[in-house]
Ligand binder design. Structure first.
Ligand SMILES: [Zn+2]
Length: 532
């Protein structure tokens, strides 16, 4: 607020002390002398970028313009602010409405409601975000798991016709309240109990409103290709654009499967099915410790899972499947590849891996003994874990695919809390620093496009994501030689460096590399929004 007043005050003074020259333009902010990477993929070019109110109003040689605030971008890149199509930012945004972890990477729009889990109703949620006042823009998908959970619960069965009608009505309501589309988490309970046909019926409703379908697929390990085919089929039969979110290949013996998954995407696109991808640039995932438990054992919810774990009949069957998931799936072949990242009932556990925890329990760190430790963690109250099991060559191959965009899959960082996956602090800076500058996997122009314009088109945000006249002034100004992620798995609570200025809706939020406290973010309504 202080900064905003100062800007106003300086602007006021300037207006009175400078004699306006006839024919001279007047702007609120002029970003001068930077290399513009405009989000289209076009090679960078030198231009000044002028902003008045919340919009980009001029681009070109504007050196003599009458401006209350000049940002010297000499030697820096000026790009659209980044749009994150997959976050779990509801975790953290109410604690940290400044969302430094995102803004300091140049992220100006966060998308929630992924993996089938979303706030509901959407309008109430949007009002809460507006009341909170946050730094980035905000938009959500409606979650199929949330809808099924509220209508059917955690039961593994088909929906009745009446339940189907009720669920469709909820999708309709969400789309009219401004959801971007519908998400599923077919890997998670209750999404895993949903037939493909049921998903098609619900996505048809989102399609009527111009929304998209974004899916955490049923399986990203041994059955990855079946899941890709299922996602494509849903897109085809529901006539809806689909996005395979955080596309990756889990489990050492599945590595390389992206050759085939990307071929399926290319074939589908050639047939006219609009399939796209997003990914995070890491070789580890993060999700609940329940990812090591077979889905059938989770039916009905936590109490039933606990009784199945305790029961003599089912315990050993579950245990065998946990061992298999450690050896051939999420566990990356060894208990030492699974790290607890957050544990509300025993915070000391955060940062330790399953092998260490097994040894602490005076057992050899075999997969069998680690499975017992997993049962103990679930009995204690559960936890979130980081799983090192993603193929590194697949990460590169997927990044280079033209249909791929970048998304963090992370919450808003609460600085110092737990041992989270570093992606919430590092995703976008890591692409620019590690994959573009250090390894040359994609060009700077491609990276910016994948992080801005391409996600904006996909999400039906048609006035953001480019440096072009008339668009909202969501802008990132960074040093391409310096930008890098600092957060690591060992030491995750580190902000990215190299981001110099970030503007959201024409207001400066990051200034000289620091967040200035401004909170100009807005709710962005989806294509079916029916108005107030
Ligand atoms: Zn997910």
């Amino acid at each position: 607020m202080k900064n905003r007043l100062l800007v106003l005050f300086v602007g006021f003074l300037t207006a009175f002390t400078l004699t306006p020259v006839l024919g001279q333009d007047s702007f609120d902010i002029l970003i001068r002398g930077g290399r513009v990477v405009d989000g289209t993929g076009t090679p960078w070019y030198y231009a000044d970028v002028a902003i008045s109110n919340d919009r980009i109003v001029a681009i070109g040689d504007l050196g003599n313009a009458n401006t209350s605030r000049v940002i010297d971008a000499t030697g820096l890149v000026v790009s659209p602010g980044f749009i994150d199509p997959h976050t779990h930012a509801l975790q953290g945004i109410f604690d940290v409405p400044n969302a430094e972890s995102a803004l300091l990477q140049g992220v100006t729009t966060l998308t929630e409601g992924n993996d089938g889990s979303s706030p509901f109703p959407i309008d109430e949620h949007y009002r809460a975000i507006e009341d909170l006042q946050i730094s980035p823009n905000w938009a959500v998908f409606v979650g199929q798991g949330t809808i099924r959970g509220s209508v059917i619960g955690a039961e593994d069965r088909e929906a009745t016709p009446a339940e189907m009608e009720r669920m469709k009505q909820m999708v309709r309501e969400a789309m009219e309240q401004g959801a971007l589309g519908i998400s599923t988490g077919l890997f998670y309970v209750p999404g895993s109990f949903t037939s493909t046909e049921e998903v098609i019926e619900l996505t048809k409703v989102a399609s009527e409103y111009g929304g998209i379908y974004i899916s955490h697929m049923r399986n990203e390990a041994f059955a990855l290709l079946d899941s890709v085919n299922e996602t494509i089929r849903i897109g085809e039969e529901a006539n809806i654009p689909v996005q395979m979110t955080h596309h990756k290949v889990i489990g050492v013996q599945n590595w390389g499967a992206s050759v085939e998954s990307l071929r399926l995407v290319d074939e589908a696109r050639a047939r006219g099915i609009d399939v796209t991808i997003d990914q995070y640039p890491y070789t580890a995932s993060q999700t609940s410790i329940n990812a090591l438990i077979p889905q059938w054992a989770q039916e009905g919810g936590r109490e039933q899972l606990l009784s199945r774990i305790m029961s003599q009949e089912t315990r050993s069957t579950i245990k065998n499947e946990v061992v298999n998931l450690i050896l051939y799936d999420r566990g990356g072949g060894d208990p030492k590849n699974v790290f607890i990242s957050r544990n509300s009932w025993d915070p000391e556990m955060a940062g330790k891996n399953l092998a260490e925890l097994t040894e602490e329990a005076n057992m050899d760190p075999t997969p069998e003994n680690a499975a017992d430790v997993v049962f103990d963690i679930i009995r204690g109250g559960g936890a979130t874990a980081v799983y090192h099991a993603i193929g590194p060559d697949d990460v590169v191959r997927i990044m280079q695919h033209p249909a791929t965009t970048i998304g963090s899959d992370g919450p808003v960082g609460i600085f110092g809390e737990g041992a989270p996956h570093p992606r919430q602090y590092g995703t976008f800076a890591r692409v620019l620093g590690h994959f573009v500058r250090e390894r040359g996997v994609i060009t700077l122009e491609e990276a910016v496009k994948k992080m801005s314009n391409q996600s904006a088109r996909r999400l039906n945000i048609h006035d953001r994501g480019l440096i072009t006249k008339g668009y909202f002034a969501d802008i990132a100004v960074f040093d391409a030689d310096e930008i890098i992620d600092k957060a690591t798995f060992e030491d995750p609570h580190q902000y990215a460096v190299g981001m110099k200025y970030v503007l959201v809706n024409g207001e400066i939020v990051v200034e000289n590399g620091s967040h200035n406290g401004a909170r100009p973010g807005r709710v962005l309504y989806g294509p079916g929004y029916a108005g107030n």
